[in-house]
Design a binder for this molecule. Structure first.
Ligand code: DQA
Length: 146
């Protein structure tokens, strides 16, 4: 089983960026936690982060035929990107949406997510642990399908 873990803009700044909202873990710390959980499940993870919307779209497209599922935190593009929504629909891989904070508890402009309707689950407000939970959700989902 292969999972692609995608992180959007400014998530490369975790650890520095607004720690009161996003915590002190760096993206590398979170990726290490995810890698560990993937090893427990015998899953191969691939990590991708970009600040560019088109690069995120390219990464989703390239998952087609290569990956079994996607974990995605599109960051600010959650609230703006029809292109990321369309890419997820195009590849039609099971995807889990993750947010470190809970956007539903924040400013109104963060309340809408373009991708929630095409994701099998959305995990919000659990910090880095949300990504680990997303691995479990996808593994369960894919095991039930096969
Ligand atoms: C975020 C929430 C978004 O609203 C914000 O733009 C981010 C991070 C989160 O993980 O909590 O960059 O996706």
């Amino acid at each position: 089983m292969r999972l692609l873990i995608i992180n959007g803009p400014n998530l490369n700044m975790l650890g520095i960026r607004e720690p009161e909202l996003y915590g002190h873990q760096t993206l590398a710390d979170i990726e290490a936690m995810v890698r560990q959980r993937c090893e427990q499940h015998g899953v191969t993870p691939t990590f991708f982060q970009s600040n560019n919307e088109g690069a995120l779209v390219d990464a989703i497209q390239q998952a087609y035929g290569q990956q079994d599922g996607i974990i995605i935190n599109p960051a600010a593009y959650t609230h703006t990107s029809v292109a990321i929504l369309d890419a997820l629909k195009a590849v039609a891989l099971p995807a889990v949406e993750v947010h470190l904070s809970d956007p539903l508890m924040r400013e109104p402009f963060r309340h809408h997510s373009y991708i929630t309707p095409v994701c099998i689950a959305a995990i919000r407000g659990k910090g880095g642990a949300g990504y680990v939970e997303a691995v479990d959700v996808l593994v369960r989902h894919l095991a039930a399908k096969s």
